[in-house]
Design a protein around this ligand. Structure first.
Ligand SMILES: C[S@@+](CC[C@H](N)C(=O)[O-])C[C@H]1O[C@@H](n2cnc3c(N)ncnc32)[C@H](O)[C@@H]1O
Length: 281
């Protein structure tokens, strides 16, 4: 191990951080609510030729996306739904409190299981992002959830899911992303993958500069669903059309963050795509 000079040690000790906030680091690492709002409204307009009004964010967690949605337009209403009071409570304190009174009135929060018998409120767009629905490991349960979504969509409404895959997701590996300006690293740790059932375990770790790594801050026990499996189930629950939005490349061959509707992708070690199912108008 390399020994650090005294000067380096002193420099390290002088870093000061605010209190550790797992949801803040999560937001910086994996969420982009402004980009999600753009994608959702553009996809709805492309497929329906109209502007959407009501967004329902299932598995909303801290509902950062709902907040961006109501901020974007006075015509926008949002419903956030999550089973867990902890992230909802965090979102109320950190994000909801920043909204003006009119925006607050256009946002509804529901603490509920998406599979509950009470059903799901109607919407023009329903989304389940950051792969949240991967928690449903068997087809029957996933289909039950998709059916509830299909039943709750307004005519011409869309259901938007993100999905990830590629060869790198079929093996254990850990990837570090350093956010130099924010003085921390984010680690996406794929702990296991079982090719017999596509079950996989993931962890998120964080390490702030000058501190020890905080292991397993978030844990995900998931089934990796494939795009054709998802599209088949969306059709089976009655959604008239299904589409895939695939990411374009920048000049270095890396993803450029621009997703377009297409019927053919390309083989790559790791990809993220959106699947959109549309209810008949
Ligand atoms: C991976 S987080 C995603 C949070 C957010 N959608 C995002 O984009 O980062 C998954 C969320 O799903 C919620 N969740 C898990 N099972 C659920 C269920 N059956 N019904 C509603 N919410 C659920 C968890 O409480 C958690 O907040």
């Amino acid at each position: 191990m390399r020994r650090q000079s005294r000067k380096q040690n002193m420099k390290k000790k002088s870093i000061t951080h605010p209190p550790f906030d797992k949801y803040e680091l999560y937001k910086e690492s994996v969420q982009s609510p402004e980009a999600d709002v753009e994608f959702l409204k553009n996809a709805y307009q492309e497929l329906s030729g109209k502007k959407p009004a009501i967004l329902r964010e299932d598995f909303c967690g801290t509902f950062a996306l709902c907040c961006e949605w109501v901020k974007f337009s006075p015509e926008h209403l949002a419903i956030g739904l999550d089973i867990d009071q902890e992230p909802i409570g965090y979102g109320k304190e950190k994000y909801f409190s920043e909204l003006d009174e009119a925006e607050k009135e256009r946002l509804t929060l529901i603490e509920r299981d998406v599979l509950s018998e009470e059903g799901l409120p109607s919407a023009d767009i329903v989304c389940a992002l950051n792969f949240s629905y991967f928690c449903f490991k068997d087809r029957e349960t996933l289909k039950r959830y998709f059916q509830k979504v299909a039943d709750s969509l307004n005519p011409g409404g869309i259901f938007v899911l993100d999905c990830f895959g590629g060869g790198k997701c079929c093996e254990a590996n850990e990837e570090e992303t350093e956010f130099t300006d924010l003085k921390f690293s984010y680690f996406w740790d794929q702990d296991s993958y079982d090719p017999l059932n596509n079950h996989a375990k993931f962890y998120i770790h964080f390490k702030r500069h000058g501190e020890k790594k905080r292991e397993r801050v978030f844990t995900y026990d998931w089934r990796m669903w494939s795009i054709p499996e998802l599209r088949d189930i969306l059709k089976e629950v009655g959604l008239a059309e299904t589409h895939t939005y695939w990411e374009g490349n920048d000049e270095d061959g890396e993803g450029n963050g621009v997703f377009s509707k297409t019927e053919s992708g390309e083989e790559c070690e790791s990809w993220v795509a959106y699947i959109v199912g549309r209810k008949a108008p």
